[in-house]
Design a protein around this ligand. Structure first.
Ligand SMILES: Nc1ncnc2c1ncn2[C@@H]1O[C@H](COP(=O)(O)OP(=O)(O)OP(=O)(O)O)[C@@H](O)[C@H]1O
Length: 290
């Protein structure tokens, strides 16, 4: 079971500070959506509105056409996983999972058992005695095993080491293909997680920078390298993200469609047209102007 999300002209103010500015997008159901933004961009603010942890100052959020805020029918379909402070949580791992099972109609106990095994979670240990990485693995276990139609992971990997993050990503993809739901992953670990995304949203300083299918985004950017004046000619009029000079050669990163005709032209001029990564795009699209 999956759910679609429609966000229209969403704004959020903390007193006078505008954390989200007139954001609109649609999240197609059954896909993995990556939400990328630098520190303080507004990712957690946005996700907490989607999870109805708070109400927007302006605009609307709808899930399958309904407003989720204080809507029990919708809220039981939404799981929001974020880094919680567990220092006073004396419940054991086992008890935590049993509590989630009671509130989540799609919770799968067998799958939770499987995740407990692969993350090596100690069922009888109180949650506040787990290491940071294990607390994150428990969060992820609750998020995946809930199989909620909308599952939101807000930087859920914090504290996990690289092999544990790998397990999370692998499980996420495997379980998503068996039990499709709408998944949102917020992150700034772009290069590590880009292959997980079907769609990408980039926010910066509270505003939406872009929403695009990952495949389209990946094919849009390019780096053009070659003799300086030929590169300059070729990229003139294109959306240029950055440039690097080395002696008489230059490499310019551009964003936009490059036609086959342009690619042939570049080849004839001895220019190299290379791919750029989502991480490169993210860095340049959210860079502070000097
Ligand atoms: N309760 C609050 N009161 C006032 N300002 C807040 C509050 N919560 C967040 N902010 C501000 O809103 C902005 C967005 O914060 P938010 O936590 O949503 O960003 P983020 O993209 O999740 O950042 P990070 O990647 O660092 O976790 C920041 O400038 C932050 O200081």
């Amino acid at each position: 079971m999956t759910i679609d999300v429609d966000v229209r002209n969403l704004s959020l103010k903390y007193n006078d500070f505008e954390a989200l500015k007139n954001i609109s997008f649609h999240l197609e159901s059954g896909k993995i959506h990556g939400i990328l933004g630098r520190n303080g961009a507004g990712k957690t603010s946005l996700l907490s509105l989607l999870a109805s942890f708070r109400e927007s100052s302006e605009g609307s959020v709808k899930m399958d056409g309904e407003k989720p805020f204080e809507n029990a029918n919708i809220m039981q379909k939404v799981t929001f996983i974020y880094e919680k402070d567990y220092k006073d949580e004396t419940e054991k791992v086992k008890g935590m999972l049993e509590a989630v099972e009671r509130y989540r109609p799609d919770f799968d106990t067998n799958y939770a058992d499987h995740l407990v095994k692969i993350f090596k979670l100690p069922l009888e240990k109180p949650v506040n005695k787990l290491s940071k990485g294990m607390q994150s693995a428990l969060n992820v276990t609750m998020g995946l095993a809930s199989r909620s139609p909308l599952t939101i992971f807000d930087e859920a990997y914090l504290g996990m080491d690289a092999p544990t993050r790998e397990i999370f990503y692998k499980e996420l993809l495997a379980d998503q293909s068996e039990h499709p739901r709408t998944i949102i992953l917020s992150t700034h670990l772009v290069s590590e997680m880009d292959y997980l995304f079907d769609e990408v949203i980039i926010i910066d300083k509270g505003a939406l920078v872009l929403q695009e299918e990952y495949e389209t985004l990946a094919s849009r950017g390019a780096s053009i390298t070659g003799v300086t004046n030929l590169v300059d000619d070729f990229v003139s009029g294109m959306h240029q993200l950055s440039e690097q000079k080395l002696g008489g050669t230059k490499s310019v990163m551009v964003y936009g469609d490059i036609s086959d005709k342009q690619r042939n032209e570049a080849q004839q001029k001895g220019l190299e047209v290379g791919p750029i990564s989502l991480q490169d795009l993210f860095i340049h699209l959210t860079r502070e102007e000097a």
